[in-house]
Design a protein around this ligand. Structure first.
Ligand code: FDA
Ligand code: NAD
Length: 426
């Protein structure tokens, strides 16, 4: 039993939704495109899960945040896919892939064949068990990657009014969930191994601003240590978190955000992998010319850096999705993917954006005791990265443009003196 399509998108997340819209804009015919997803719902804006979805008042719920509302584009409901002749196969995993035969075998036993496959399988949350700690299945231990996780987190919050939570991990999930828990009047302790939060991106000075802000909202920080075990009650609920430094913290709930692994397993031994993802060229084409990869799972050449990177951010998923459809449908008109990395976050009333790369010397600007400040990264005599908290729309656009332009920087002191004005006038 099986069906055949010209184009198949494997995975039904952010990248799949944006690719679907682009296929329709480029005039895909009815019946040509199929999307297979193990999630039970049509593609949605995953970033909502750690923000609007967790609000105590008027929380965001589907269908309000289906793609592509995050980029102010059309909201693609299941009806939209139907009207546009796109086969949306939901709640169905792909359990094996054969890139030589160009077939996928689903968990329902169906073989789906393609002429062109776009892999958009994203990533999965790393589990505590992978770090030697058991207890991930306890009902009050929460991860956050999909709608099911988000519902479980909301249930845990609602079962712990005024209670205590430990958030394990000081990255994106840790920071955004800690803020959402505080807004839900839960007392939060954040535990992470590094000396400061957001260690992959923030400098100690930038991190200190956010940590002080979080402390002013009641968050405790336990840094430089990791979880060693949980205590459980007779129902299997976690009652305390034991840390490697000997501390014990009583809890009503735990949130874990300790990083992700790209979902590549279907293609191991079939496609070339790099940086934990599927290696693709400047056309986002893998080592098999009929297979493309986009979003979190793709390791692609970032032209501005002259090296292959895998990015785990929504803008990269959206842009790579739009690009790949153009590269497939209009190959003659489409050059190579030229992407400037862009990350952002919003917590409490704070909001920051980052463009480019955080390598080289750091030049700070603005008022770190106020609400607008930032930093430039200068590497080998050029501006390569910029961070801005509390900017206006125009200021964010200016730092993005300046970073894309990579201007030569001769005098760091002068750059510091000019601060944000430098980006606005470059
Ligand atoms: P994504 O994970 O969205 O989709 C992958 C899809 O493939 C899923 O539906 C999955 O179930 C499916 N799948 C995987 N294997 C399969 C199989 N074998 N068979 C069938 N289906 C399969 N970024 C940012 O820049 N700003 C932000 O504020 C946030 N906020 C944020 C919050 C939370 C809670 C998370 C988890 C993530 C973010 N992100 C973010 C990151 C951003 O959401 C992420 O980069 C994109 O979702 C990546 O899009 P993809 O389509 O690549 O993967
Ligand atoms: P992350 O990579 O941002 O952070 C992982 C954190 O895990 C590290 O900062 C570290 O503190 C911690 N850690 C590592 N090993 C540990 C250990 N043994 N014990 C305890 N802590 C440990 O990953 P994440 O926060 O889990 O986020 C998951 C994914 O979701 C990422 O791809 C991220 O980009 C994405 N996301 C992005 C945003 C955003 O861009 N605004 C928001 C939410 C999620």
């Amino acid at each position: 039993m099986g069906r055949a399509f010209v184009y198949v998108i494997l995975g039904g997340g952010v990248a799949a939704g944006y690719a679907a819209l682009e296929f329709v804009k480029k005039g895909v015919s009815h019946g040509e495109l199929c999307i297979i997803s193990d999630e039970p719902v049509a593609p949605y804006e995953r970033p909502a899960l750690s923000k609007g979805f967790l609000l105590p008042e008027a929380p965001a719920r589907l269908p309000s945040f289906h793609t592509c509302v995050g980029a102010n584009e059309e909201r693609l409901t299941p009806k939209w896919y139907k009207e546009n002749g796109i086969e949306l196969v939901l709640g169905t995993g792909v359990k094996s892939a054969d890139v030589k035969r160009k077939t996928l075998l689903t968990t329902t036993g169906e073989t789906i064949s393609y002429k062109i496959l776009i892999v958009a399988t994203g990533a999965r949350a790393l589990k505590l068990e992978e770090f030697g700690v058991s207890g991930s299945d306890a009902q009050n231990v929460c991860y956050l990657r999909n709608i099911a996780d988000a519902n479980r987190l909301v249930n845990a919050v609602q079962s712990s009014p005024g209670g205590n939570a430990v958030v394990i991990g000081g990255g994106y999930i840790g920071m955004e969930c800690a803020a959402s828990l505080v807004i839900n009047k839960i007392n939060v302790t954040m535990v992470f191994p590094e000396a400061h939060c957001m260690a992959r991106l923030f400098t100690p000075k930038i991190a200190s601003y956010y940590e002080e802000y979080y402390k002013s909202r009641g968050v405790n920080f336990v840094k430089g240590t990791v979880l060693s075990s949980f205590d459980f009650d007779s129902d299997g609920k976690v009652t305390a978190v034991n840390l490697r430094d000997g501390r014990k913290i009583s809890v009503d709930m735990v949130v874990v955000g300790i990083g992700i692994r790209p979902n590549t397993s279907l293609f191991e031994g079939q496609l070339t992998l790099e940086k934990g993802g599927i290696k693709v060229n400047g056309k986002l084409q893998s080592s098999n010319s009929s297979v493309y990869a986009i979003g979190d799972v793709a390791a692609f050449p970032v032209k501005a850096f002259g090296e292959t990177r895998r990015l785990e951010h929504v803008d990269s998923a959206r842009q790579s999705a739009r690009y790949v459809v153009a590269a497939i449908m209009e190959p003659g008109k489409t050059g190579e993917f030229d992407y400037l990395p862009f990350f952002y976050s919003r917590v409490f009333t704070l909001s920051w954006q980052f463009y480019g790369d955080n390598v080289g010397e750091v030049v700070y600007f603005g008022d770190f005791s106020g609400s607008t400040f930032g930093a430039y990264w200068v590497n080998k005599g050029h501006l390569v990265g910029a961070f801005l908290e509390g900017g206006t729309k125009e200021e964010y656009e200016a730092v993005a443009k300046a970073t894309r332009f990579r201007p030569a920087i001769e005098d760091l002191t002068e750059l510091e003196r000019q601060g944000l004005t430098f980006a606005v006038t470059v």
